[in-house]
Design a binder for this molecule. Sequence first.
Ligand code: GLY
Ligand code: MN
Ligand code: MN
Length: 443
Amino acid sequence: MSAFAARRARLCAQMQPGAVAILPTAPEAMRNSDTDYLYRHDSYFYYLTGFTEPDSVLVLVAAKGDAPAQAILFCRQKNLEREIWDGFRYGPDGARTAFGVDAAFPIEELDGEMTRLLANAPAAWYALGHSATLDLQMKTWLQNVRRQARSGVTAPTVAHDLLALLDEMRLLKDDGEQALMLRAAIISGRAHERAMRASKPGMFEYEIEAELLHEFRRSGAQYPAYTPIVAAGANACVLHYNVNNAQSRDGDLILIDAGCELDSYASDITRTYPINGRFTDPQKTLYELVLAAQAAALAVVRPGTIYTDMHDAAVRVLAQGMLDTGLLAKAKFGSVDDVIAERAHQQFYMHGTGHWLGLDVHDAGAYRDVNAAGKPSRALQPGMVLTVEPGIYVRPAEGVPEQFWNIGIRIEDDVLVTPQGHAILSDAAPKLVADIERTMGKQ
Ligand code: GLY
Ligand code: MN
Ligand code: MN
């Protein structure tokens, strides 16, 4: 059984007997006249099918009595004319064989088939409130079923959020997913290394971005998992900077947050390094501080750790460092606990320390144990993949030592929780000061 079929079976086992799940893929989006935005399938749909064509819908029917569970795919028909222009299509027969579903129909038959499939089903599972198109389709299908009431046909009486089940499943990566995510992280790590080697003062941010994209693509990754951030000097203090059009200057640090998507799985790596290959003392001081914060966060990543402990560990180190370096005045804050209680560290560290990573760069999955009283932050489990990404961003301000002005640093790695602790997937990207300076030929 393929991983996709196994996931479908696990999902069906969580639904009521005879319940029906409906999951469309992502719509295409027009960019202008004859041009579409680059198509990317829906991650949930892909997770259950491995199928990447647009105009597709997966329908699952849970087993009931002697009737086994069924997976039914609706997709585009083969069309020689369109295939000449746009490329290969599986068509229902081809897709049924290649993707191991029980039945496949042309997408045009969806309305008729849904009326049949929803008849007498006890419940419908779909992404509640995500798609106006699907909400409207559900309305039409349910009305069609209810029209048969005089013949004794019943319509589902409850709707459930399908994504709640899928989010939990996606949180734990199976062996195939882990292997793919490692490959994605290795490609991205090498891309960061390539960018470091190519960097010279005076280069434009986009020239360095091109080095990353070159490495992604030549390694078989389809595209970046998100818009790369290549930020020189003060631009690194803009958290979501991505115009990447400024010229670097000798003495700048450069912050690169870039990861490829490989076969639908994301990587997400940040490295910060001097464009001239040699850290200044103030840069090195803050860099070592962020590195120590990351080490403290990584040290707690293991099964059983509460998700927020990772952030708390990083914040504690950063807050102490802010006092030690004078970023925060010791005269004003007696201790690290004061800094944290007053959230003073947020002047320089204003984001979280990580997120789930998987098919999406900010991946599916609840950060809290929604089934426990008070919904506490959840415990880590083997198979979860998350980023660990502390940073420090110093905007010029009164009372802030000038030597640190406009320094922006983030260090981000992709981490798999293992039964023994964790594995860093992204360590192909140089990270220690000595390794960076050696990579850049300055040591
Ligand atoms: N690159 C997006 C993030 O780090 O969350
Ligand atoms: Mn991230
Ligand atoms: Mn990132």
